[in-house]
Design a protein around this ligand. Structure first.
Ligand SMILES: *Cc1c(COP(=O)(O)O)cnc(C)c1O
Length: 861
């Protein structure tokens, strides 16, 4: 029989234990081991059975046992202490209040399609989600007033298993929100708060709003699985990255448009300040900008601005982070589909469909007129944009140069902030405990204090700690290998070997990540015999743990996994190499600390940043990686190894051969010998020197607290500042929109008529000064509207300027007909080729970059 209706009965705790629900109701427990221990001690067996999930533990534990702990003085004292500690954490002034300054935004909204916070809230597929989770956690630790916005997927992402042939199997367990660490947002009268959006094919789509508390940061998750919706609407939030384009479009409309509405409901109900900055983590949430334009242009209670003015207000306060340099990874919809959704009954009624379409149009050279590009819309709706490592910023400037064709790549207004990871989540608790034993005052919420202390720990102790961590990983891996073998249908007799697989004293290399082609899961299998020799080396063996999910629609990825599994199934090597199914946070947490080396071999430059290697580094793991993403930036020659990449070689087979050979050579000649070289105490001194150096050099950089501080200083505060200048009474925005339209109209008449220089002959020497004069006609514009600049630098083969410097010119003399002479003096400060040019660009304090309007006037060729 099947139930016709289901619901979950929430447990009632004895009054004295009420603080337990408070602790379970805030996800801070997920990065606070003492709180986890408290839950574990209620019933250690049950704690493991419920996969270390406090909410499910409290639902499942017997009332007798609850009665017992309520009478246990020591337990109650711990409970009170931990409850007080949480209240202190939630209430006290932290970095943001002390250091961010008075003009920092009162509230920042952060939108992401996925969040990886803990394995008990499986709402993520990989790096993007984990990054979003780490961003929220670190914002909480720093006291940054962030509010997260996302969707609650009824099935989350899929669970991965293997069949007997090593083919990926996907399953989608049903998640019951009542069993998750979530609370429903309710109106003052107790009724459920909802948002709705209009869709073309039926009644409004309705969503309820779940709230997860991530420390101090509320996370609002929209859920369309409500009775009022018809079944195909209830399925809008069925799974992460599932379904066709239309399904994805609906999800993104709910996330962007519904997300802004959910924020308004949140502010109305809780009194929280309205966000001053909107940060969109990747393009998927981009429709939030359209909804904000609707609020500003047509909403009854809004200021009823015109579209262009509203666009200025909205983009001033918006930050867009792009996450992938892989063109296929960019989110695009058929243009007609977007037209169909915004053209009739629109989710943002009153906003003209042509304006929406124009925002996502690839109307540049090489663009596709038939698509609507969410990244392109992201750039147009956000005044500030960034990539996620220096290299990725550079690659993105090239990739999106088409949006600013008048400017060289270097001036494309996309900056970069390198990703980081949340220390308390990803650093093994044994490391914190080592610090605690020494009474070091290391606050688990702010790990900065840890790194300078590394040198106070002896080699022996570090080495023993690494062995402990390796040994925990080996235990975990054995369990996983055995379970997977059983799932694949092998009998017990066939799987007894799993209990002795892997060795806590062998050099352990980890490789875990999603399986798109560019990450090259199987590069290490390029020469299978050579890999076998490395695994089975009589004195210096290695062992490899491998994991990763392929997207359900990615047959190529699944084939790569199958190839890997086939290699690892070989009885000769299966005790030294394994593919562990279902890579997730629960697997990742013991994996990074237990590995000695973290391997990454993407096709450069497709790894935007990568964060798993950072997590390894924080636990004393050494990176062995292609110089891509973050590693390109922070590899220093002593904190790991760079696999040379054969960038210039177009034949992918040859490139893979070269890079695989380089990888084997490094392992054989550098990595393994160093690991196995032991001194009289039995420790590897040269290895440990690299471990120390890794911790000290990378520890402070790779933390997400550094990342979030960078976002606050470089993007959130400037965005709030510009937005306030525009939206207090909208005068600034009206002026700016009017100014832009006047400057665009007048630009064709702006000309650099003539340029002269003097002071330097063909015997120029360092230290000489060059006087540059330019005669400029401004048509209907004024000298206030423009900046005239000398751009100078080295010259390349085709006289293109490199490493150029921009120097402002001053009006020297004005003539009839709005013509002016501009002057500047350039000091030649470096030897070598030198070239310069003069240009006119729009100038306004409210612009974040010279390239913003895409306008420039240069001397005639
Ligand atoms: C860190 C992490 C990722 C992202 O790792 P990359 O190096 O960016 O590929 C993916 N999945 C899980 C479970 C992680 O913990």
């Amino acid at each position: 029989m099947r139930a016709i209706r289901r619901f979950t009965v929430r447990p009632v705790l004895p009054d004295a234990l009420a603080p337990l629900s408070v602790l379970a109701g805030n996800l801070r427990w997920s990065w606070h081991p003492p709180t986890q221990d408290l839950f574990a001690d209620i019933d250690p067996g049950l704690w493991e059975d419920v996969h270390r999930d406090p909410v499910r533990l409290l639902a499942a534990v017997s009332s007798e046992r609850l009665g017992e702990v309520a009478r246990d003085d020591a337990f109650m004292e711990r409970l009170t202490r931990l409850h007080d500690d949480l209240q202190r954490y939630l209430g006290e002034d932290r970095w943001y209040a002390r250091r961010a300054g008075d003009d920092a935004p009162r509230s920042i909204a952060y939108f992401s399609p996925e969040y990886g916070i803990t394995s008990v809230l499986p709402q993520y597929s990989g790096g993007l989600g984990i990054l979003a989770g780490d961003h929220l956690k670190s914002a909480s630790d720093l006291g940054v007033p962030l509010v997260g916005v996302g969707l609650l997927y009824r099935h989350g992402y899929f669970k991965q298993a293997l069949d007997r042939d090593g083919w990926q199997q996907e399953s989608y367990p049903l998640l019951d929100p009542d069993e998750l660490p979530l609370a429903l947002l309710r109106e003052a009268d107790g009724s459920r708060a909802t948002v709705s959006i209009a869709l073309p094919d039926g009644p409004d789509l309705i969503a309820r709003i779940w709230v997860a508390h991530v420390g101090r940061v509320p996370l609002l998750l929209l859920d369309s699985d409500v009775e009022e919706n018809s079944s195909h609407y209830r399925d809008v939030t069925d799974r992460l990255y599932g379904g066709n384009s239309e399904h994805r479009l609906r999800q993104e409309l709910l996330l962007g448009v519904g997300g802004v509405r959910a924020l308004r409901a949140w502010s109305r109900i809780t009194g929280a300040p309205a966000p001053e900055v909107f940060h969109t983590n990747e393009g998927h949430a981009g429709f939030l900008g359209i909804e904000r334009i609707r609020e500003l242009t047509v909403a009854d209670d809004g200021p009823r601005l015109d579209f262009d003015t509203a666009l200025e207000v909205s983009r001033a306060g918006t930050v867009f982070t792009t996450h992938t340099p892989v063109p296929a990874g960019i989110d695009r919809f058929p243009r007609e589909l977007v037209e169909q959704y915004f053209g009739g009954v629109s989710p943002t009624p009153g906003v003209p469909v042509e304006r929406v379409l124009a925002l996502g149009a690839e109307d540049y050279e090489g663009g596709d007129a038939g698509v609507f590009n969410m990244a392109v819309m992201g750039f147009r709706l956000a005044q500030r944009a960034n990539g996620v490592s220096q290299l990725h910023g550079e690659v993105s400037r090239g990739m999106f140069n088409g949006l600013w064709p008048a400017f060289d790549e270097a001036e494309v207004p996309i900056g970069s902030i390198t990703n980081g990871v949340h220390g308390p989540t990803w650093i093994a608790r044994e490391i914190f405990e080592l610090a605690a034993r020494r009474d070091w005052d290391v606050d688990a919420d702010d790990t900065d204090a840890l790194w300078p202390l590394v040198d106070q720990v002896g080699d022996r102790e570090i080495w023993d700690l690494k062995r402990t961590l390796r040994s925990c990983l080996v235990d975990d891996a054995r369990d996983r290998i055995a379970r997977s073998a059983a799932e694949r249908g092998f009998t017990r007799a066939e799987t007894s070997w799993t209990q002795t697989a892997f060795d806590p004293d062998v050099l352990t290399i980890g490789f875990a990540r999603r399986v798109p082609t560019y990450k090259r899961l199987t590069l290490m299998l390029r020469d299978p015999e050579r890999l076998k020799r490395l695994l089975l080396h009589p004195e210096r063996p290695i062992q490899l743990l491998i994991a990763g999910k392929a997207h359900p629609a990615d047959e190529t990825g699944k084939r790569l996994i199958q190839e890997m599994v086939a290699f690892a199934d070989d009885p000769e090597v299966r005790h030294r190499i394994a593919f562990l199914p279902n890579y997730d946070i629960a697997m990742a947490q013991p994996l990074y600390p237990g590995c000695d080396v973290w391997l990454n071999n993407p096709l450069r430059p497709y790894e935007a940043c990568g964060t798993s290697g950072m997590k390894a580094a924080l636990n004393g793991g050494l990176n062995l990686s292609i110089l891509d993403g973050w590693w390109d930036e922070w590899y220093d020659g002593d904190n790991g190894w760079a696999i040379p990449s054969a960038d210039g070689i177009d034949d992918p087979e040859r490139r893979d051969d070269l890079e695989a050979t380089a990888l084997y050579d490094l392992i054989e000649n550098e990595v393994a010998p160093r690991f196995y070289e032991r001194n009289h105490e039995g420790v590897p001194p040269r290895w440990l020197a690299m471990v120390r150096h890794t911790l000290k050099s990378l520890g402070p950089k790779v933390l997400a607290t550094r990342q979030v501080r960078d976002y606050v200083r470089e993007l959130y505060i400037p965005a709030a500042h510009t937005a306030r200048g525009l939206d207090s009474d909208y005068k600034g925005a009206i002026e700016l929109a009017g100014w832009k339209s006047r400057v665009r109209a007048g630009w064709p008449a702006v000309r650099v008529e003539h340029v002269e220089s003097e002071g330097v002959s063909d015997q120029a020497e360092v230290g000489h000064a060059l006087v540059v004069r330019a005669w400029v006609a401004l048509g209907d514009l004024t000298t206030e509207d423009v900046a005239v600049q000398v751009v100078h630098g080295r010259t390349g083969w085709e006289d293109e300027l490199r490493d150029s410097t921009v120097l402002p010119m001053q009006v020297g003399e004005s003539y009839e007909g709005n013509r002016h002479r501009y002057d500047a003096e350039v000091t030649l400060d470096r030897a070598g080729s030198f070239g310069y040019t003069v240009r006119v660009v729009p100038r306004n304090e409210a612009l974040a970059s010279v390239a913003e309007l895409g306008l420039v006037a240069e001397p005639p060729a």
